[in-house]
Design a protein around this ligand. Structure first.
Ligand code: UT7
Length: 324
């Protein structure tokens, strides 16, 4: 019996034009470039323009991914869009992206796992491709966190940014995949942590979008240990060791969390893709943004073993291993 591999055919990303530097943040709240850099590694973040929505960011990233894949929009029969900042409560932002791209076939939906959204979306798209539900998928992470930030709260407003990233996944028969594709994954959620990182509004509770609230120190404390577990299981499921890895592409929340995770697996700095300095934390968009940067600058190449991981509100967390 033949089986299917979900192979990455192309990547794309989009960042809004407006850049908010740490110096700009100093004029908004009592903070400093030195504090932000030392605690997070962030130097600047992009902010969507007025009237520029999550669907616009996602559409731009998707177009770039289709172009790099050499795939026409008419071939796409699945869109999974990871976002915690949809254009509207409904319909799903994914259907707006579908329409923006002129796609009239297949199906499209949003997936809500906050910062782990892209890892969840990737593994869900993989399962749908393997089940024969679709042949070519766009997996997108897109966020406009600037819209749910409390700009008076210095403990959170310096951390986040807007952006989008996308990959084109294609179902390829294993016999023709050359070992490429998504090899393994491990997803987790634990709702007991839901008050550590949340938004204090929503349609059913306050009828407002609400603002992001976070116990940063508590999230930090849990993140490294929890991520370690899913990474270990993901490597184990694929039968590879940490030494086999070519690229570690983590969620870009905080440089210190990234470094602590990499240290646990003895991954040298040269194997880690870090974009947090220029992007800030773009939630579900951070991993596909980082993947696109590293593919376009020539670091990630066909055949490389690439690990992605993230932890976010919920908590939700997970990891996935791909042969590029
Ligand atoms: O993507 C989802 C996952 N999210 C994360 O991974 C975030 C995880 N957490 C973190 O990255 C870190 O906890 C933060 C960067 C949010 C904070 O760093 P920290 O080292 O945990 O600092 P802290 O919260 O313990 O605060 C230390 C001090 C406090 O002052 P006092 O109470 O010691 O006087 C804060 O009020 O730093 C103060 N502080 C600030 N000072 C200048 C908090 N925010 C700022 C700020 N500028 N922006």
């Amino acid at each position: 019996m033949s089986s299917v591999r979900s192979v990455v055919r192309g990547t794309g990303s989009y960042l809004p034009a407006r850049l908010l530097t740490n110096a700009d943040m100093e004029s908004l709240v009592a903070t400093s470039d030195a504090w932000i850099r030392q605690r997070t590694g962030i130097g600047a973040r992009h902010i969507a323009a007025e009237g520029e929505y999550t669907s616009d960011l996602a559409t731009a990233a998707a177009k770039a991914a289709l172009e790099s894949a050499g795939v026409d929009a008419s071939e796409i029969d699945l869109i999974v869009l990871a976002t915690a900042t949809p254009d509207y409560t409904f319909p799903a932002t994914a259907v707006t992206v579908q329409d923006n791209l002129g796609i009239e076939q297949g199906f499209a939906f949003d997936l809500h796992a906050v910062c782990s959204g892209f890892v969840y979306a990737l593994t869900n798209a993989d399962a749908l491709l393997k089940a024969g539900q679709a042949k070519k998928a766009l997996v997108i992470g897109a966020e406009t966190f600037s819209r749910i930030i409390d700009w008076n709260d210095r403990t959170t407003c310096v951390l986040f940014g807007d952006g989008a990233g996308a990959v084109v996944l294609e179902a390829v028969d294993e016999s023709e995949a050359d070992g490429r594709g998504l090899l393994s994954c491990d997803l987790r959620a634990d709702g007991r942590f839901r008050d550590k990182l949340y938004v204090d509004g929503g349609p059913s509770t306050t009828q407002t979008a609400g603002h992001l609230r976070m116990e940063g120190r508590e999230v930090f404390k849990q993140a490294v240990g929890l991520v370690h577990g899913v990474v270990e299981r993901t490597l184990e499921k694929a039968g590879v060791t940490a030494d086999d890895l070519d690229w570690f592409v983590p969620h870009q929340a905080n440089r210190r969390i990234i470094d602590a995770t990499a240290r646990k697996f003895d991954w040298p700095e040269e194997k880690i893709v870090v974009t947090v300095e220029g992007h800030g934390n773009t939630s579900a968009a951070s991993i596909p943004l980082a993947l696109d940067v590293a593919v376009r600058d020539g670091r990630i190449k066909k055949g490389d073993l690439v690990l992605v991981e993230a932890l976010g509100g919920g908590f939700t967390w997970g990891a996935a291993l791909l042969r590029w």
